[in-house]
Structure formats: structure tokens, C-alpha cells
Design a protein around this ligand. Structure first.
Ligand code: UGA
Length: 440
């Protein structure tokens, strides 16, 4: 069976490499010729653990190829995945489906009989129906099926998630498509991961509802953390205490600087917009989005309050989470420019984030490791839970800095770690340790 994937971004590349790993022949496509040429030469445009090695291995065994010739490839493909971006529209908060529809047009012109088109991109309810309409208009006599099969890959552990999914959701009613999908996911099915067959509309909505539910949990625990700080409670104990209730569960209850990335904020906004257009308001989700935005804005106020007259702030981690180079909608994008505008000198270290072309960080000073940042700072702010930051030598930090302060927005350290150290330690929803009285 020949598979092709339109869109060689994060989802397309991970899906392509993982499918090529189970005896399929996969072509990853993109209109960006430069990107395709780089991929052919083994240059992977994103940082995702394990991806570069897997792509190189599958290219070497000829099960994975790259092309920018979408029309020719589509003509020779049995199954076409659409994995292009659906960013937030410029005019409103709905999903911009222009890339999805231009794929549909391209497919419509070149599709052969009995092709299955699988939509991986995150899209509002009814998008598969529209794709079907577009193909039918150009090719009324052809036999094909459009299937919804959303992705649930987390950046940083995408290959693991692809191979060990909590579930695979497939929206189709066509018998032929069901057997093809079963064959595509044969490895996961053999390993007993659940596959849910449903309607296309339910499948499209499952994706938005999943991301939105997770986003709600995060903003909920973040607001509980705020209350913990006021009343002297500990948010980690609250997460443990509520998470042990099987109906709640322990995951996604880590308080932090607010959610970011290319998915939660965009998908939550799009679901609110869908609710508006169908007159089914998503009020809870609207509050989640507003709460998250305010949280990101307020973090710099908190830093300024703690830093008092210290002027040199070191930021450890700028990506929206660990194990990715992605900074889209990261809390750092609002915190760093705000500190700079208020007259602070900001030094940054991040193990993977690109330092080029990001206007928000232009006036900050990049360092090559944690301790070089510490040397230039009198207050360290932790924004990302990189393992390198978790394992940093706190004793060394306290030797390098005079009256050091750490503001840890990821609760990376136990409060006990600071008992014998002269470091003032602030975290989220927990007591402050070793308050320094005055700056010398
Ligand atoms: C998310 C979903 O988890 C995936 O299932 C989904 O496929 C993906 O979006 C997508 O739609 O493509 P991702 O954006 O990679 O994946 O990141 P997550 O690990 O879910 O984290 C999202 C944000 O929540 C991050 O900013 C993270 O720091 C934050 N977070 C997560 C917390 O603040 N606390 C937690 O307990 C967990």
C-alpha cells in the first residue's frame, strides 16, 4: 500500500516516519521545496527526540521518501493523509482552514479511484464533509472516502505517543476504509491499544474536546495554586490528594506558568468560535482562555515584586515545555519583553530554542549554559522543566550569585533542597523559603 502525507511539519513527519517503520511505503510531501530538499539531505526542521534517527533509517531503507510534487504523488497513492496547519485566523479566533482546503483542491484534481483521504489536521466539525464536497465537485464519478483520524501526539514524546496511543479515533462509516485503517494501525491494534470507530463529526469534535479538557485542568490547578499561596497550603499535596480520586486522575495537574504551544491555545479558541457559530456557547472554555492569558501577563509582575531593586534577571528555559524547540505561545514571549521594557537586563539559557529571528528576545542576552546566566543575574526565573535545569547544581548557584533568588514557575525542586542553602526560593502554590531581608 502506498501512503502519502501532505504537510511535512511536526505531525506529518512524525506520522510519516512512524508509518514507514511498519512496512509501509510513505512519501512526505510539502509545497516548501527548500524544506523538502533539506529533508532529503537529512536536515530535520524540528527538534523532536528520536525523529532524526528514525527518518534517516527509513530513508536509507527506501520506505520513506520526500517530494514537493504533490499532484504526481497523489496520482500514485492509495491513502493520502492531510497533516497541514490550522492556525488561528487573523480576523477572528476560528481555525484558518485555507491550507486544508488547498490540499483538498489539489487532491480533487489528481485523485485516483478508491483512494482514502485521511484528515489528521485539527479541524472544526464539518471539515471532512467540505473536503468530500470539494473532491466530488471536480470528480463526481470517482469512488473515494474522507476519514477523520485526529492526532494526539505530544511534542517531545511524539514517537512514543504514536506507537503507544491512549486510543486511535477513526471517523468513517465505509467498510473498505475500516479495513484499510486497521491495516495502517496493525501494530497498535496487535498491541491492544483501543481503536474507536465513530462518525466523522464526532471524531473531529473528540480532538478539540480532548485538548480543551486538558487545558481546563491546567488552568484549574493554576488557580488553586494561587489560592494555596494566599492561604498557606501546598498545591502539590492538593494535586496528589485530588488526583488519587480515580474519577479525577493524577495527570495534567502540575501548576505552572500557563499553557502554551501550537495546540491548546489555538484549539481552545477555535472550539469557543465553533460554539458561537452553532449557538452552543462554550463559557467554561472562554474563561480558561482568558485566565491563561492573564496568568502569563501577571508572571512578570510577580517577578518584579520579588526582584525588588535587583536589575539582572536570568531566564532558564524559554520553550513552552521541555524536549521541544517550540516557543509558540510560550509564557516567555510575554514575560521577557515585559521585563526588558521595565528596564531589567535579561539573560537567557535554553538547551534547544532558536535564538534567531524572535523579536521578543532581541534585546536579551543569550548564554551558553545555566551557570553563565547565573553569573550575570541576581534573580533566576525558571520557565521550562528541562532535565538539565532540574539537575542543576544548586550549591554552585548559591556560590556564584550574591543573595541569590530563584523564582521557579515549574516547581522543579523540593522545598527541602533549599534548607541548607542561602537561596531565596519562590515556587508556585508553595511556601517561600529563605526570604532574604534586604539586598546589599
Ligand atoms: C497537546 C496534547 O497533549 C496532545 O495530545 C495533542 O496531540 C497536541 O496538543 C496537539 O493538539 O497536537 P502539546 O502541545 O505537545 O500536546 O503539549 P502538552 O504536553 O499537552 O502541554 C501543553 C501545555 O500545558 C504546555 O505549556 C505545558 O507546559 C502545560 N502543562 C501540561 C502544564 O502546565 N501542566 C501540566 O500538568 C501539563
Amino acid at each position: 500500500m502506498k501512503l502519502s502525507i501532505i504537510g511535512s511539519g511536526y505531525v506529518g513527519l512524525v506520522t510519516g516516519a512512524c508509518l514507514a517503520n511498519v512496512d509501509q511505503h510513505v512519501t512526505c510531501l510539502d509545497i516548501d521545496e527548500k524544506k523538502i530538499n533539506k529533508l532529503r539531505n537529512g536536515i530535520i526542521p524540528i527538534y523532536e527526540p528520536g525523529l532524526e534517527g528514525l527518518i534517516k533509517e527509513k530513508v536509507a531503507s527506501s520506505s520513506l521518501t520526500f517530494s514537493s510534487n504533490i499532484s504526481e504523488t497523489v496520482k500514485n497513492t492509495d491513502v493520502i493523509f492531510i497533516a497541514v496547519g490550522t492556525p488561528t485566523n487573523k480576523e477572528n479566533d476560528s481555525a484558518d482552514l485555507s491550507q486544508v482546503y488547498s490540499c483538498a483542491e489539489e487532491i480533487a484534481k489528481n485523485i485516483k479511484n478508491n483512494t482514502i483521504v485521511i484528515l489528521k489536521s485539527t479541524v472544526p466539525v464539518g471539515t471532512c464533509d467540505k473536503i468530500e464536497e470539494i473532491i466530488n465537485l471536480s470528480n463526481p464519478s470517482i469512488n473515494f472516502d474522507v476519514v477523520s483520524n485526529p492526532e494526539f501526539l505530544r511534542e517531545g514524546s511524539a514517537i512514543f505517543d504514536f506507537e503507544n496511543p491512549d486510543r486511535i479515533i477513526i471517523g468513517t462509516k465505509e467498510k473498505n476504509s475500516i479495513s484499510t485503517l486497521n491495516s495502517i494501525y496493525k501494530k497498535q491494534i496487535k498491541n491492544n491499544f483501543p481503536v474507536i470507530f465513530t462518525t466523522r463529526r464526532s471524531s473531529e469534535l473528540i480532538k478539540y474536546a480532548s485538548n480543551s479538557m486538558l487545558a481546563m485542568r491546567i488552568i484549574f490547578i493554576n488557580e488553586i495554586a494561587d489560592l494555596c499561596e494566599k492561604v498557606g497550603a501546598n498545591v502539590e499535596d492538593i494535586s496528589l490528594g485530588i488526583g488519587l480520586d480515580k474519577r479525577i486522575g493524577p495527570d495534567f495537574l502540575n501548576a505552572g506558568p500557563g499553557f502554551g504551544g501550537s495546540c491548546f491555545p489555538k484549539d481552545a479558541r477555535a472550539l469557543v468560535e465553533s460554539g458561537k457559530s452553532y449557538n452552543a456557547p462554550q463559557n467554561l472554555l472562554k474563561a480558561v482562555i482568558d485566565g491563561n492569558e492573564k496568568r502569563k501577563e501577571n508572571l512578570s509582575k510577580r517577578i518584579i515584586e520579588v526582584a525588588k531593586n535587583r536589575k539582572n534577571i536570568g531566564v532558564l528555559g524559554v520553550t513552552y515545555k521541555a524536549n521541544t524547540d517550540d516557543i509558540r505561545e510560550a509564557p516567555s514571549l510575554s514575560i521577557i519583553p515585559d521585563l526588558i521594557n521595565k528596564g531589567f537586563n535579561v539573560s537567557i539559557y535554553d538547551p534547544q530554542a532558536s535564538r534567531d529571528g524572535i523579536k521578543e528576545f532581541e534585546e536579551a542576552n543569550w548564554e551558553s549554559d545555566i551557570y553563565s546566566v547565573a553569573k550575570k543575574s541576581d534573580c533566576l526565573v525558571i520557565l521550562t522543566e528541562w532535565s538539565e535545569i532540574i539537575s542543576m547544581d544548586l550549591k554552585k548557584i548559591s556560590d556564584i550569585m550574591t543573595q541569590p533568588i530563584i523564582i521557579d514557575f515549574r516547581n522543579l525542586f523540593s522545598l527541602d533542597s533549599f534548607k541548607k542553602l542561602n537561596i531565596e526560593y519562590h515556587s508556585i502554590g508553595r511556601e517561600t523559603i529563605n526570604s532574604h531581608k534586604e539586598v546589599e
